[in-house]
Design a protein around this ligand. Structure first.
Ligand SMILES: Nc1ncnc2c1ncn2[C@@H]1O[C@H](COP(=O)(O)OP(=O)(O)OP(=O)(O)O)[C@@H](O)[C@H]1O
Ligand SMILES: [Mg+2]
Length: 196
């Protein structure tokens, strides 16, 4: 069985697909990696012709039975009925959030679903990634307090960088020229491996 890593957040535009693709590229350097999108209208499926070097799988009952070490699962921006079974099959849920208080509060529903599923799926882990963080922006004490309440590990943060917006065209930041972005994804990859 592959390790299933799901990127989830009920809000749109928080960088789920961008993160999923960059992490998939990063993992694919060392292990057999695939990427799927539970939303057939989602950007990963739509942009699959642009994605080189990782296998994009259609999402269906057979997806998680395939011969990969790791499958990244991109999800649509709302907690729909189908989200719970995906969490039930996952090993790790990555919850990206921007660093503002309202953004951090908005992940509550996703965190609650994680905690609920953890009662039955004992191997399920979860972490929060501060994503699209403005350079030089400091996370406020209020936001920090809010994050603590969720009682989940907060892993290496990803800054707001143009190189991430080009991810689908460039084959991930690992193939581009932004060395700081490369280091961010590498640091996040290491932290994810430590969590698993
Ligand atoms: N770290 C980043 N720095 C700068 N721009 C980013 C970053 N991550 C994502 N973006 C940009 O933000 C926008 C939203 O990203 P993305 O499509 O990955 O979000 P999403 O959560 O998958 O959205 P949806 O919920 O609609 O599927 C895109 O234009 C993307 O290029
Ligand atoms: Mg998306």
């Amino acid at each position: 069985m592959p390790t299933i890593i799901t990127i989830a957040h009920q809000k749109g535009g928080v960088g789920k697909s961008t993160l999923a693709l960059n992490l998939a590229y990063s993992f694919s350097k060392n292990v057999r990696t695939a990427l799927t999108d539970t939303d057939p209208q989602g950007s990963i499926i739509q942009l699959q012709d642009l994605v080189n070097g990782i296998d994009i799988l259609p999402y269906n009952a057979e997806t998680f039975n395939q011969d990969y070490n790791v499958i990244f699962v991109d999800t649509p921006p709302y907690i729909m009925e189908t989200m719970k079974p995906i969490f039930e099959q996952s090993d790790l849920i990555i919850i990206p959030t921007k660093a503002g208080v309202p953004d951090i509060m908005a992940i509550r529903t996703t965190v609650e679903l994680v905690k609920e599923v953890q009662k039955t799926n004992k191997r399920l882990k979860a972490c929060i990634v501060l994503n699209m963080v403005k350079p030089r922006a400091n996370i406020t004490d209020q936001a920090r307090e809010q994050l603590k309440k969720y009682n989940l590990p907060i892993v290496a943060e990803i800054k707001d960088r143009v190189s991430y917006t080009n991810t689908f065209l460039t084959g991930g930041v690992q193939s581009g020229g932004d060395d700081i972005a490369k280091k961010e994804i590498e640091a996040l990859t290491i932290e994810i491996l430590e969590l698993l």
